[in-house]
Design a binder for this molecule. Structure first.
Ligand code: IFM
Length: 663
C-alpha cells in the first residue's frame, strides 16, 4: 500500500481473489447494464474529417482508411454485438458524415444511424449515443472548432437535429467523450489534431468543451423526449500516483496533474464554476451545475509522477516492479478503477463505466483484465456505490488514433486485410459473465382464450385484448422492458397468426405456436428448444408490476429450481408457505384456514424443471409442477397489486388503472 496525492495506492494480491460469484452470476444485480463501446471514426471507414486530414502527420502516420468497414458491414457487426450477450451498445455519431458541409444534411447518413438504432432494438440491445467523440467535420475544424465559443452553436444544432431523429428510441446520450483528453492531446501534447502545443488554446478549448456540454444538456432536456432521456458527460479518469511517495516533488506533480486532468472538470460539473487547466481563475458557466443525469466514467490506468515525466507517448511510463505492462506500455492497474469510482461518486449521480479495456494483441492479459475490473466494479456496488453499467472498450480491434492499428483493444480480433472478425478468448469470457448476470429470458404464456370475456376472446388470445389504448401484451412488455429484460419468448397458443402484426421495438421477440391447445405445461414443453437455462415465466392475462431484481437475485443466490412470487395480501389464498419455501398448493380447492398466500404469477424457472417433469400432450403447469417440486420451490414475498383480465369487471378495473396512471 502506498499513500499518494489521490488517496491510497492499493495493490492487491490478485492470486487470492475468488472470482466464483463473477462467473456464476452472483456478483452483479440482474438489471446491471452490460455493454460494449465503439466510436464512429475508429470503426466506420471512409470518413473525411479533422482526423483523416491529420493522420499523415500523426505519430504512427497510419491512415484510418477503411477502418473496420463497419459502414458496409453493419448487420454482420450487429451479430457480433449480440453474440457478446450484452444488453447495451455505445457508439458515436459521425458529424462529418451527417453534416459534411455547413448546413447541408446527409439524409442517407442520418437514415443509416436511425437504422442502426432499429437493428439494435430489434435485438433487444439498448443504444447509447455519443454526440462528440474526438472528430469534427473539416468546415467546423477550419472555423476553429472548440477554440472559439461562437462555434458551439453549430455543434448544438447538429446535436439537436440528431436528438430529434433518434430520441423516440434512444434514451441514453453522452454529450462529449473525454474532454480532458481532447484538450490535452490536441493542444498540449500535439498528438491529436490540430497538433498544437499552446496553453492559451488549451484553456479556451477546455472552457468551450464545458460550455458546449452544458448547453447541449440544457437544450436536449428541453426538447420532446428530453425528460425521459438520460444525458451525461463522459470523463476519463487517470489516476496519478507519486513515483516515490516520500518525495515532495513527486507528490506535488501528482497533485498538479490530478487537479488539471480530473478534479477541475468534476468540480466544474458539481459547482457550475470551471477553472480550466493552467488557468488562475474559475469561470461560472451557465447551466453547468448538475448538467449530467449520470457520469460516464472511462478508466484505463494510473500514471506514476515525477517532475520530469515524458511528454511523448513513445517513452515508456514508469510502472511498479510487480505491475504488468499492457501493449500501450502503461500498467494494468484495476485497483485504480475503485479510486476512480470513489472520485466521481462525489457528484452524487449514477455512475456508468462507459469504457474500460486493454490493448493486448495476443489476448494473454485481457481475460484477467476483464475479471479484475469487473471484480472491482462489483465490490464498489456491494459497498453502495451507484454503478449502473459497464461498457467494455471495445467491440473489435480498430483505429486507435495516434497509434493507428498497432494497439488492439477488441473483444474480437480483426484481420484488416480480409476484415475477418474472430472472437477472442476474452470476448467469450465477457459474454459468459454478461450472460450469467443479465436479466433472464422472459416467457409469456399468451395463448389463453377467455370464455368469461365473451365473444371477443373466443378465438383471440386474451393478451391481445385492448386495454388502456393498447393490447394487454404491450403493457406487460412495457414493464418487462423497464425491468432491463431484453429477450421475450411468446407462447401464442394455437392462434399464433393473431400475433402476426404484433411488434415491440426494444425487445428481441420470438413466438412459438402450438399445434392445438396444450395448456400451460404443454405450451412450455412444446417450446422447450427455445427456452434458455433460466427464464422468467409470466401469464399473458396478468399485469404484475413487481421489481424483478430481488426475485431474480433470490433465485440465483439460493440456486433454486423455481422461485415463485407470492402475495400474502390477496383476498383468495391458494398456497401455504413457510420459511421461504412452498409447502402446499391447490389451485382449485381454496383452503383459507391453512393457506397463507396466493401465487401472483411472476416466477423464475430453470429449464431443467421443464425437461425433467414435462411431457407430451395437454397438461397444466401449476397442477403438475408445484406439487411435484413441493418444498423445493422458493418463495419471494411481494405484495404489489396484480391485475388480471379474466372477467369483464376485472378488465374494466385494469382499464381504469391504466387510464389513471397515464394522466
Ligand atoms: O480508443 C480510445 C477511445 O476512443 C477513447 N478512450 C480511450 C480508448 C483507448 O485508448
Amino acid at each position: 500500500m502506498v499513500c499518494g496525492a489521490m488517496g491510497v495506492e492499493e495493490h492487491r494480491d490478485w492470486g487470492n481473489v475468488d472470482y466464483a460469484p463473477l462467473l456464476n452470476g452472483q456478483a452483479f444485480p440482474p438489471d446491471f447494464m452490460w455493454g460494449v463501446a465503439t466510436a464512429s471514426h475508429q470503426i466506420e471507414g471512409g470518413n473525411t474529417n479533422n482526423w483523416s486530414r491529420f493522420e499523415p502527420s500523426s505519430k504512427s502516420g497510419q491512415h484510418s482508411g477503411d477502418a473496420c468497414d463497419h459502414w458496409n458491414r453493419r448487420t454482420e457487426d450487429m451479430e457480433l454485438i449480440q453474440n457478446l450477450k450484452v444488453t447495451h451498445y455505445r457508439f458515436s455519431l459521425e458529424w462529418s458524415r451527417i453534416e459534411p458541409e455547413m448546413g447541408v444534411w446527409n439524409e442517407d447518413a442520418i437514415a443509416w444511424y436511425s437504422g442502426l438504432v432499429d437493428d439494435l432494438l430489434q435485438r433487444g440491445i439498448q443504444p447509447m449515443v455519443t454526440l462528440h467523440h474526438f472528430t469534427n467535420p473539416l468546415w467546423w475544424e477550419d472555423l476553429g472548432a472548440f477554440e472559439k465559443e461562437a462555434n458551439i452553436v453549430y455543434w448544438i444544432r447538429f446535436s439537436t437535429k440528431m436528438f430529434e431523429v433518434l430520441s423516440d428510441r434512444v434514451t441514453w446520450w453522452c454529450t462529449i467523450n473525454e474532454p480532458a483528453v481532447y484538450a490535452s492531446m490536441g493542444y498540449v501534447l500535439g498528438e491529436f489534431p490540430p497538433g498544437e502545443r499552446s496553453f492559451r488554446k488549451t484553456r479556451n478549448v477546455s472552457l468551450n468543451l464545458m460550455r458546449a456540454h452544458a448547453r447541449c444538456y440544457r437544450m436536449l432536456k428541453s426538447m420532446e423526449n428530453g425528460q425521459k432521456a438520460n444525458i451525461g458527460l463522459v470523463k476519463n479518469i487517470n489516476i496519478f500516483d507519486p513515483y516515490r511517495r516520500w518525495n515532495p516533488l513527486h507528490r506535488i506533480q501528482a497533485n498538479l496533474l490530478d487537479g488539471m486532468f480530473n478534479r477541475c472538470w468534476l468540480k466544474g460539473l458539481k459547482n457550475g464554476r470551471f477553472k480550466p487547466p493552467s488557468a488562475f481563475r474559475s469561470v461560472a458557466i451557465e447551466g453547468l451545475k448538475s448538467s449530467s443525469d449520470f457520469i460516464g466514467l472511462n478508466y484505463y490506468t494510473h500514471l506514476l509522477t515525477t517532475p520530469f515525466m515524458p511528454t511523448k507517448v513513445e517513452i515508456d511510463p514508469l510502472i511498479r516492479p510487480w505491475e504488468e505492462r499492457t501493449d500501450f506500455r502503461y500498467a494494468m492497474y484495476a485497483e485504480g478503477l475503485k479510486r476512480a469510482i470513489e472520485m466521481v461518486a462525489n457528484l452524487n449521480i449514477p455512475i456508468i463505466v462507459t469504457e474500460n479495456g486493454v490493448a493486448d494483441d495476443d489476448d494473454d492479459m485481457r481475460p484477467e483484465h476483464v475479471r479484475r475490473h469487473l471484480q472491482i466494479t462489483s465490490e464498489a456496488i456491494a459497498k453502495g456505490y451507484d454503478v449502473r453499467g459497464f461498457y467494455h472498450w471495445t467491440l473489435m480491434d480498430n483505429f486507435e488514433w495516434a497509434e493507428g492499428y498497432d494497439q488492439r483493444f477488441g473483444l474480437y480480433h480483426v484481420d484488416f486485410d480480409t476484415q475477418k472478425r474472430t472472437l477472442r478468448e476474452s470476448g467469450a469470457l465477457y459474454a459468459s459473465i454478461a450472460q450469467h448476470h443479465r436479466m433472464p429470458q422472459v416467457v409469456v404464456l399468451a395463448g389463453g382464450l377467455g370464455s368469461r370475456l365473451g365473444e371477443k376472446t373466443k378465438d383471440m388470445p386474451k393478451p391481445l385484448v385492448e386495454v388502456g389504448g393498447k393490447p394487454m401484451l404491450a403493457h406487460i412488455l412495457d414493464w418487462v422492458n423497464g425491468q432491463g429484460c431484453n429477450r421475450v419468448l411468446i407462447l401464442t397458443g394455437h392462434h399464433g397468426e393473431k400475433f402476426d402484426d404484433f411488434s415491440y421495438p426494444g425487445l428481441e421477440l420470438s413466438f412459438v405456436q402450438e399445434p392445438h391447445q396444450l395448456g400451460t405445461g404443454g405450451a412450455l414443453w412444446n417450446a422447450r428448444d427455445e427456452l434458455e437455462d433460466e427464464f422468467i415465466l409470466l401469464w399473458g392475462d396478468d399485469y404484475h408490476p413487481i421489481d424483478y431484481n430481488p426475485l431474480v437475485e433470490l433465485h440465483r443466490k439460493t440456486s433454486s429450481l423455481l422461485t415463485m412470487t407470492v402475495t400474502p395480501d390477496h383476498e383468495e389464498k391458494n398456497l401455504q408457505f413457510e420459511q421461504g419455501r412452498l409447502v402446499a398448493y391447490n389451485k382449485e380447492e381454496i383452503d383459507i384456514g391453512r393457506f397463507n398466500g396466493y401465487e401472483a404469477g411472476t416466477s423464475v424457472v430453470r429449464k431443467s424443471v421443464v425437461l425433467d417433469h414435462g411431457k407430451e400432450g395437454t397438461w397444466s403447469w401449476e397442477n403438475t409442477i408445484y406439487p411435484a417440486l413441493s418444498t423445493e420451490i422458493h418463495v419471494h414475498v411481494d405484495s404489489t397489486q396484480f391485475w388480471d383480465i379474466g372477467t369483464p369487471e376485472r378488465l374494466e378495473r385494469l382499464e381504469k388503472f391504466f387510464n389513471e396512471s397515464s394522466r
